[in-house]
Each structure stands twice: as C-alpha cells, then as structure tokens.
Design a protein around this ligand. Structure first.
Ligand SMILES: [Zn+2]
Ligand SMILES: [Zn+2]
Length: 245
C-alpha cells in the first residue's frame, strides 16, 4: 500500500543534508541554505595539491608551503570543498553514521565541481583510495568508493574499484602524526591487478586531503605498477596556517 501511495504521490524531494523540502525547477541534492554554508575551493590555490592560498600571501606564489617542502608523487590534485566545520560534519555523517545517500549526493557534488578543473580532464580511470583492512571489518562500505562511483558515472569515466589495495596490519591513520604517516606509509599500498591501470592516466579519489601523504603514497605505488600519470581529486581539502590562514 505504501508503495502504491508513493507511486501516485511521489514524496517531495528533500535536501540530502537537512531534509528540508527542495523547491525550484532543477533537480538538486542540496538546498540553497546548505550549499551556502559550504565553502567551495577557488583561486588562488597551489598548482600541485590544489590547497587554497590566502590571497595576501599568494602574489606570485604557485605552491603551498607543504608542496615547497616535499614533492608529492601525484602530478596534481584538486578538491571540491574546503574542509570547514560544516564539511567535516557532513563527511562524518556519511562515513561514521552510515548515511550512504548523503555520501552519494556529496559524490555528485564532486562530479559537478570537477568541471571547474579542466586539468583533470585527461584522467579517465577512476580509482578510490582503499580502506585499511582493519577498518573494512568494522565499516560496511568504503566512503572513497561511493564518491568515486558517482564521479565515474556522472563524468563518464571508468571506475576501477579494487586494483589498489591496502596491506593488513598497517597502523590506523588518525593515530599517527604527519611525520609518522610519511614514514609509516611506505609499502602500505599494493596493486592487486595492474592491467586496468597500465599506461593509463589515473584519477585517485579520497574524501579529505590533509597532508597529501596518503594520496602521494598511493600514486607512487600506481606509477610503479605502470600507470602513466596519477592525479588526485578529493571531496575536501584542509587549509594550512603556513599558507596564510
Ligand atoms: Zn539543506
Ligand atoms: Zn600544495
């Protein structure tokens, strides 16, 4: 009976973040108020990792502080959102409270924002950053895979979900400092099947870029397995004090 009612009177579309009814002609996932609370990335940003640079320090500057100190292994990376408190809360609901529909909506937001970055246009093979095997046991889904599936689907790219794998027994990310991560990450990833990425330009997808060390390490492993070039694209990116914030 419920299905029949919904067939005749389909439920009004609601915002994926706040569940308020959506108004307007165009089909959107988020209401105006929720979109206005998010901060989208914009120029100026680091030519390498896409981290926004404060305008007062950006005159003539091409790279962020992190990228001037360590060269990442990915060719370039871009992000859809700045990792603000709002973005963090949405990602938390998706990642830890199992709100998969919200995650899909965030993935579609990423797909829509990808058009702002023509420099990522050549990267046609989409690979999500895999979960730690330890985390995979307690979590039913990989948030990066859900985002990657939307990006691949909406931007007409090939999703290759399981070529990149993580070795078991590696320490959990959030318990490590930036330096420990850079040191401890060596050898953390491996490529299970190089065929789909050999000679291809790969777009690595993750939820948040902070230091960039995870993306860099994954890129290193993919390049060693025969990928032609590797770029990154994340839902959100953290600002850094050293870049003027
Ligand atoms: Zn809303
Ligand atoms: Zn950078």
């Amino acid at each position: 009976m419920q299905e029949l009612v919904e067939l005749i009177f389909p439920p009004a579309p609601v915002c994926a973040a706040c569940a308020r009814p959506l108004t307007g002609f165009f089909r959107t996932d988020f209401c105006r108020q929720c979109l206005d609370r998010l901060v989208f990335t914009g120029k100026p940003y680091c030519a390498r990792c896409g981290r926004p640079l404060a305008s007062r320090s950006a005159a003539g500057k091409q790279l962020c502080y992190t990228c001037t100190r360590t060269e990442p292994r990915f060719r370039l990376s871009r992000s859809a959102l700045v990792y603000t408190e709002e973005a963090r809360a949405l990602i938390h609901r998706f990642k830890y409270e199992g709100q998969v529909e919200l995650g899909k909506a965030l993935g579609r937001l990423m797909a829509a924002r990808l058009g702002n970055y023509p420099e990522l246009g050549r990267y046609k093979v989409v690979v999500p950053i895999p979960l730690h095997p330890e985390t995979a046991v307690s979590r039913t889904f990989n948030q990066a895979l859900i985002l990657a599936a939307q990006v691949a689907d909406k931007r007409n790219r090939r999703l290759v979900p399981y070529v990149l794998q993580r070795l078991p027994g590696s320490a959990l990310q959030h318990t490590l400092s930036g330096r420990q991560r850079r040191q401890g990450l060596a050898g953390e990833f491996y490529v299970a099947d190089p065929a789909p990425i050999k000679g291809r330009r790969v777009l690595l997808i993750d939820d948040v870029l902070t230091t960039g060390s995870t993306l860099s390490e994954a890129a290193r492993v993919l390049l060693r397995a025969g990928a032609k070039e590797v770029a990154g694209y994340t839902l959100a990116i953290g600002l850094a004090e050293k870049d003027g914030y």
